[in-house]
Each structure stands twice: as structure tokens, then as C-alpha cells.
Design a protein around this ligand. Structure first.
Ligand SMILES: CC(C)(COP(=O)(O)OP(=O)(O)OC[C@H]1O[C@@H](n2cnc3c(N)ncnc32)[C@H](O)[C@@H]1OP(=O)(O)O)[C@@H](O)C(=O)NCCC(=O)NCCS
Length: 204
């Protein structure tokens, strides 16, 4: 299947998968078998996810939805590195209860290192919250975060959701603004870190 990075502005209306029951044993629930969301979550090619395109062409990044415990552990390890070690966020952000039901995206570089991740947690029938967006420090500005966000937005659309919210750290506000998110609150502190809430309406 041809790899596609473009997810923004997708117009196909996705069928919302049946509400999922997840357990710690099973890990994150997957979209219903045979559903569009399940097909979208499947790797674009047998060996892994879709190779990156656009400004990443030649960078040999591979992006996919995390579908195994190993993928998720790599995502958690990257979060730990970025949020705890680099940013010194006082509370562990490597995993929490929302991870069981979230959609997770992972990006790998040409050497198989996990260099990007992010997740989307369903809030209600209309809205999901994107968070835990992290790119390895030495790989920022190469489109990795944009690819993660594209994948999460595409999955949200396929699930029939209408809006995405994000609590953006102030330095990341421009990253989201460039991708259509609008700031809707004054700055507030979360885990001692200044954030703003931003929102994007998904095009259906
Ligand atoms: C925010 C983050 C995930 C973006 O990832 P990324 O892989 O650098 O994103 P991209 O390369 O797709 O896009 C970077 C864009 O954001 C802008 N940007 C804003 N702040 C930036 C920063 N601190 N570092 C790199 N780019 C930044 C760049 O100008 C670039 O703009 P462009 O799309 O016009 O080129 C990454 O900077 C990161 O992991 N930051 C630390 C953790 C964090 O703050 N997470 C967000 C919590 S809300």
C-alpha cells in the first residue's frame, strides 16, 4: 500500500468503533475487526508502518500505530527520557491509566530507534485529547512530531470524533498553532509547567 503522510483535512467519515473494554493484561484495545479504523491502524506494509514522506523523504523514518507491548514500552521509555530526564517534570509521565485506552503512535528512525511518540485519549463522543507528544531531542524539527499528530488526527476522524484538544506546553504552542489548533485559555500550570489548552475542529 502506498505510504501517505497526509492525514489533515481527511474528508471520509469514519465509523466509530464499538466502545472498547481494555485491561492491563490486554493492553490498549484495538478498533473493531474489519472496521476502517482497524485497517488504518494496520501497518502500511508487512515490515512495519508507513515510510515518511514530504520533508522527511530520505530520512528513513517509519511511523505506525503502536500495536504491540514492545512498541508501547518504547514509547513509554521515550516519554521518560523527554519529560522526566530532559524537562524534569516532577511526576512520572511514562505511563498512566489512560494509556490502556489510548491510541499510540510511534516513529522509528532508519536504525530502528524510537524517536517519536504521542497518544490520543477519547474524552467523550465528540472529543479526544492528544498528549504525551515527544520527539527525541536530536531529531526535532524534522517533521517527526507532525507525523505523529497527523496519524492521531486521522485515527480520531476515523473514530467519528469532531474535535481534538491538547494541553500544550508554551514552547510547543506554535507547533500546534501551525497545525490548526487554536488557543482557548490563558496560561495555567500543570505539573508545575505552564500550558495552554488548544483545540482543533476535525474536518469530516
Ligand atoms: C513539541 C515536539 C513534540 C515537536 O516535535 P518535532 O518532531 O520537533 O515536530 P516537527 O519537526 O514536526 O515540527 C516542529 C515545528 O514546530 C516548531 N517548533 C516549536 N517549538 C519547537 C521546539 N522546541 N523544537 C522543535 N521545533 C519546534 C518548529 O518551528 C517546526 O515548525 P515547522 O513545522 O514549520 O517546521 C518536540 O519539540 C518535543 O518533543 N518537545 C519536548 C516535549 C514537549 O514539549 N512535548 C509537547 C508537550 S505539549
Amino acid at each position: 500500500m502506498a505510504a501517505k503522510k497526509k492525514a489533515k483535512g481527511r474528508t471520509r467519515r469514519g465509523r466509530a468503533p464499538a466502545r472498547r473494554q481494555a485491561s492491563a493484561r490486554k493492553g490498549p484495545a484495538r478498533p473493531a475487526k474489519g472496521s476502517r479504523a482497524r485497517r488504518a491502524a494496520a501497518p502500511a506494509r508487512p515490515g512495519g508502518g508507513a515510510p515518511a514522506s514530504g520533508k522527511n523523504a530520505g530520512m528513513a523514518f517509519t511511523v505506525r500505530f503502536a500495536s504491540t507491548d514492545e512498541d508501547r514500552d518504547l514509547a513509554f521509555a521515550l516519554r521518560r527520557k523527554v519529560f522526566e530526564e530532559e524537562q524534569g517534570v516532577p511526576r512520572p509521565l511514562d505511563r498512566d491509566a489512560h494509556d490502556l485506552n489510548a491510541d499510540h503512535v510511534v516513529v522509528f528512525d532508519g536504525g530502528g530507534r524510537c524517536v517519536g511518540t504521542g497518544r490520543a485519549v477519547r474524552v467523550d463522543n465528540r472529543v479526544c485529547q492528544v498528549g504525551r507528544m515527544a520527539t527525541a531531542e536530536d531529531q526535532r524539527g524534522k517533521g517527526v512530531g507532525g507525523m505523529v499528530l497527523d496519524y492521531l488526527e486521522r485515527m480520531a476522524s476515523l473514530r467519528g470524533l469532531k474535535e481534538i484538544v491538547v494541553h500544550a506546553q508554551l514552547p510547543a504552542e506554535s507547533f500546534y498553532r501551525k497545525r490548526g489548533y487554536v488557543t482557548e485559555t490563558p496560561t495555567f500550570l500543570e505539573e508545575g509547567v505552564p500550558h495552554v489548552r488548544m483545540r482543533k475542529m476535525l474536518v469530516q
